[in-house]
Ligand binder design. Structure first.
Ligand code: DNO
Length: 343
């Protein structure tokens, strides 16, 4: 297992040197952020990022994310061209020594919360998702943009996207995902990369848009779309775990045994009776997920992929990108490294 830490490139307020000082960290997971979604990343940008990261004494083997253009998810517009660009990026990443690429197939919105700075009883702040608030949010008329997303849209673009998705139901989304995978998996097999899809967060349709990477049945279906080890998962414990029907400990054991988990995002969430959730500290007693059992499942199945602490709370007066401060994620990483060592 290699413990890595998400870093948002040179614009990230957290310097690589600070990340290097967390004892258990092997490397960072990052992305090229200044290329419009759909265009290919240049070899120069990839190499430059790798050079900066390695100069700080860290490894760079995982990308999160190469975003998938909406035309690919919709199967329309410039879909074919964007798939070709995606393949070009993958080939370049393979040449630069990248081993795992995380991506998602969520229509329009990546992770969604109703509040980014909910004060918890201990004075820290965390990301939360309350169902009643989510039900009353209207992305077409109200304000909705969350820091951390790889893309945000102008109002006119949003209207056009919602209109386009009104013709795409879950089955159509499955078929577009299948087409995308059949195109890219042979390329990554040659490039030595493993693809790792991120589950939908939260794992249910939102704002009337379809979401399919949500539960065991669908993860099984996903893995069969292209039955290759290179077609794998980012097992995001917090995303899948915010639906109480997903038994994350059993599922991570199952998919890790199948050698289809290449990257694990580990965080804890506190589930509320109506299906709402609050993100909590990684420490098992703080949330609803047994983090030590998650790590045990990985350990016992010989997991040799990458793990990163996922969203942290804001603690000790830190300000910054919600979910992506230094302190609480560092605590989470060390907590997990401690469990791993003890196991
Ligand atoms: C949230 C992240 C996601 C993830 C993408 C992967 O904090 O886990 O934004 O990076 O869904 O494409």
């Amino acid at each position: 297992m290699k413990m890595i830490f998400r870093w948002y490139g040179n614009a990230d307020p957290i310097p690589l040197q600070y990340i290097r000082q967390i004892p258990c960290i092997d490397g960072v997971v990052s992305a090229i952020y200044d290329v419009p979604v759909g265009e290919a990343w240049s070899s120069e940008s990839i190499t430059a990022m790798k050079r900066d990261i390695e100069a700080a004494g860290l490894n760079f083997e995982v990308i999160e994310s190469v975003p998938v253009h909406e035309d690919i998810k919709l199967g329309s517009g410039r879909c074919d061209e964007y798939i070709e660009n995606y393949k070009t990026t993958l080939r370049r990443l393979g040449k630069a020594g990248i081993k795992v690429v995380c991506y998602n197939f969520m229509p329009v919105f990546d992770w969604t919360r109703t509040q980014l700075d909910k004060r918890l009883p201990d004075g820290s702040t965390a990301l939360v998702c309350y169902n009643d608030q989510l039900a009353s949010m209207d992305p077409l008329h109200g304000e909705l943009s969350l820091p951390g997303w790889d893309a945000s849209y102008k109002k006119e673009e949003l209207f056009a996207l919602f209109e386009a998705y009104s013709h795409v139901d879950e089955e159509k989304l499955w078929s577009n995902l299948g087409h995308f995978l059949r195109e890219i998996i042979p390329v990554v097999e040659e490039s030595g990369i493993k693809m790792a899809i991120h589950p939908d967060d939260p794992p249910r349709p939102i704002f009337g848009l379809p979401r399919i990477i949500t539960c065991e049945e669908n993860l099984d279906r996903f893995l069969k779309l292209v039955d290759s080890e290179a077609n794998g998962l980012t097992f995001c414990v917090g995303s899948l775990g915010c639906d109480k029907k997903n038994d994350t400990v059993r599922l991570i054991r199952k998919y890790s045994e199948m050698k289809r988990v290449h990257f694990a995002h580990v965080r804890n969430v506190k589930l509320l009776p109506d299906g709402s959730f609050e993100e909590s500290a990684h420490y098992t007693p703080c949330g609803s997920i047994d983090i030590k059992e998650i790590l045990r499942a990985l350990k016992e199945t010989g997991f040799d992929g990458y793990i990163r602490p996922d969203h942290g709370r804001m603690i000790w007066g830190e300000t910054g990108k919600p979910g992506y401060g230094l302190y609480d994620r560092a605590l989470g990483a060390m907590y997990m490294a401690g469990i791993w060592e003890a196991l």
